[in-house]
Design a protein around this ligand. Structure first.
Ligand code: 13P
Length: 359
């Protein structure tokens, strides 16, 4: 294990206000999102959509790394370049989702455990050869009557730590993603208590599996009230609850914490991340950034609709959300950044295209 390379890569993933872009939806999830907009659910349509995203001019200004799915890392862009190589060529670190999904947990009704450890060592070696430099594994925790249970938290935390150890052995930075889900009518306080319990267990397991905290990234949920909770908290309350929970449970050796968006709108995700960075700037022990999927992609997918004619406006939407999220990481997001949309994105993209052609 070359710890220096792992540490340097992990730092780079959260440097300069940048964050990660998750485009690693499994085939089932991607098809579900395509079906909503009547887009064909084929491997070729997935490829075209991921190519649209990766080709967004200026994407590297806000995005340090992109998480691919197994199908995509084996595909090529129209120009013949494999996706991982194409990302590296534009200064974006390629990553790969390596878990095999959250499955019903035996004897734990309503709870899931993430699978994928069997054969993982060999798969990681293959992904490294394909150009991946970091990996992702997601565990999910639902909040409900008596759940998440101790057994579910322990099993998932142990799997996350085993995965992280194997990644570091292979030379890949593990992105450790324990996600407490938003579904339910629970309060912000309950989400905070559950998230803290999950994170404390995850870091205990990471320690016992000898994972180097300096060479990993944590990808947690924000602390939020359940989607159907009658009391929806203010941005400031969410920022305080989330950062407080992290300060109590995430060791200072971890270089970066990157949030998943979990179904929040793009704008709300930016507003909340910004508030955390503004209110806690001097107290944060790690970079507080983003690793959004839906919060960056959703407007673009709706615009694209599977039509070639919509590629440029869809790319403008991706560029804009990524730019807002970088501003939020820097604590510089506001209404003006949000409003500075189409024209400036078009202008910035034209400038980038010019800079590209001038090289
Ligand atoms: P969302 O931001 O859409 O939650 O996706 C992030 C992710 O990678 C989930 O595993």
């Amino acid at each position: 294990m070359n710890t220096q390379i792992l540490e340097a890569t992990a730092k780079l993933m959260v440097a300069d206000g940048k964050g990660l872009l998750a485009i690693d939806e499994s085939t089932g999830t991607c098809n579900k999102r395509f079906a909503k907009w009547q887009i064909p659910q084929t491997a070729e349509a997935h490829r075209q959509y991921r190519e649209l995203i990766v080709n967004t001019p200026g994407l590297h200004e806000s995005i340090s790394g992109a998480i691919l799915y197994d199908e995509t890392i084996r595909q090529k862009k129209d120009d013949g370049a494999p996706f991982a190589r194409a990302l590296a060529a534009i200064g974006i670190i390629p990553g790969i989702k390596v878990d095999l999904g959250a499955k019903e947990m035996a004897s734990f009704p309503g709870e899931k455990v993430t699978e994928g450890l069997d054969g993982l060592r060999a798969r990681l070696t293959e992904y490294l050869e394909m150009g991946a430099r970091f990996a992702k594994w997601r565990a999910v925790f639902a909040i409900g009557d008596g759940i998440p249970s101790h057994g579910c938290i322990e099993a998932n935390a142990h799997a996350l730590a085993r995965y992280a150890g194997l990644c570091q052995e292979a030379g890949l930075v593990p992105v450790v993603e324990p996600e407490v889900l938003m579904e339910g009518d629970h309060t912000l306080e309950v989400c905070s208590e559950v998230t803290e319990r999950v994170l404390r267990t995850v870091f205990r397991e990471l320690y016992s599996q000898r994972v180097k905290l300096e060479g990993m990234i944590l990808k947690p949920n924000m602390v939020l009230p359940g989607l159907t909770c009658p009391r929806q908290n203010t941005v400031e309350e969410v920022a305080d609850a989330t950062v407080g929970c992290l300060l109590r449970s995430v060791p200072a050796a971890v270089p970066g914490v990157v949030f998943l968006s979990g179904g929040q709108s793009g704008e709300l995700a930016s507003v909340r991340l910004n508030a955390m960075n503004v209110r806690y700037k001097s107290r944060l022990l790690w970079e507080l950034s983003f690793s959004f999927g839906r919060a960056i992609q959703e407007p673009a997918l709706e615009i694209w609709h599977g039509e070639q004619a919509n590629v440029i406006p869809a790319q403008e939407a991706i560029y804009h959300r990524a730019k807002c999220d970088r501003a939020a990481h820097l604590g510089k997001y506001d209404g003006a950044v949000e409003a500075d949309h189409r024209e400036s994105a078009t202008h910035d993209m034209a400038t980038n295209a010019y800079a590209g052609s001038a090289k």
